[in-house]
Design a protein around this ligand. Structure first.
Ligand SMILES: [Zn+2]
Length: 310
């Protein structure tokens, strides 16, 4: 049986259902970051559980908690949420975010030490718990890959080679995607095991087609974030990708890593936006049920399980 690691143990790939590939449920943002931007205080277990229940009521089943090691990942809080909302599968991540968020120790540690840490998260458990990570994160900054960004990607690559877990990267405003794939390929990673996040920050069909041609998954996670451009833009690029035959390489999420995005914290659009508003709009705008099933269920299952045929 093909299984995927969740914070509550392995789950059969066919049980994953409707999957959100990139979220943040609860984390302890570094103190300096909270001083700079208090809107990263997404740290209330009960509020997160309440919002997650609403998401499940809208049809959601599996959600990736993408808070990386250096972004205040809080596995104990996430485990509590998983206990309060056992009807949802939560998949945790290991690895690191973009260099801007990195602690000094991450910059200074030898790569082999960081790889070891990630592999332990994936095979033994995170921070002394028995909850294993199911994915690996890496990331780069805006329009450049610094030596530290390259190091974080190489660490993700090596952890992937040792465990088989897929890689989800952070791209800053949708830039450097092809360059990330090149670097990962040079480290031995097949693009088919990589998903690039936040590509719809830069809804550029030519670029997205190139990334799809290379074989990677494209992460769309900005629906409803109008400050990053209207949904019309991401929908029109999405449509062209589907028409060009790349509908099986797109993953959907919403990356709502700020309390101001959550209704339970008094914000919006709310964790269920993709399921209650964006997907119905795609349907109304002519996306087929088959395509929607790929985006929500089949593509994330194939990506997470790492098997082409499913
Ligand atoms: Zn994120």
């Amino acid at each position: 049986m093909l299984t995927v690691e969740t914070v509550s143990g392995p789950v059969a790939a066919e049980e994953l259902g409707v999957t959100d590939y990139h979220e943040h449920l609860c984390f302890q943002a570094p103190a300096w970051l909270l001083r700079e931007d208090p809107d990263f205080a997404l740290n209330d277990v009960d509020k997160s559980a309440e919002e997650l229940r609403a998401w499940h009521a809208a049809g959601g089943k599996t959600l990736l908690e993408m808070s990386a090691i250096d972004f205040g990942r809080d596995i104990r809080a996430v485990r509590q949420i998983a206990k309060q909302v056992p009807e949802v599968n939560i998949i945790a991540t290991t690895g690191f975010n973009k260099p801007y968020y990195c602690d000094r120790w991450v910059a200074e540690a030898p790569e082999a030490e960081l790889v070891k840490l990630c592999v332990r998260d994936l095979t033994v458990g995170i921070d002394g718990t028995d909850s294993k990570a199911g994915v690996i994160k890496g990331g780069t900054g805006y329009n450049m890959i610094t030596p530290l960004g390259a190091k974080l990607l190489r660490v993700a690559a090596q952890a992937h080679l040792e465990t088989g877990a897929p890689i989800i990267t952070h791209t800053e405003a949708g830039t450097m995607g092809l360059e990330q794939l090149e670097l990962l390929a040079a480290a031995g990673v097949s693009p088919k095991r990589v998903c690039l996040s936040h590509l719809d920050r830069n809804p550029d069909f030519w670029l997205h087609r190139k990334i799809a041609e290379a074989g990677a998954y494209l992460g769309y996670d900005c629906p409803g974030k109008i400050k990053y451009g209207p949904d019309e833009l991401r929908i029109s690029v999405l449509r062209r990708l589907v028409e060009a035959g790349y509908g099986k390489q797109i993953l959907l999420g919403n990356d709502l890593g700020r309390p101001s995005y959550w209704r339970s914290y008094g914000g919006g659009p709310g964790l269920d936006f993709v399921l209650t508003k964006f997907v119905p709009r795609l349907r109304e705008e002519g996306f087929s049920e088959e395509t929607l099933q790929d985006l929500l269920v089949n593509n994330p299952r194939r990506f997470l399980a790492g098997r082409e045929e499913i």
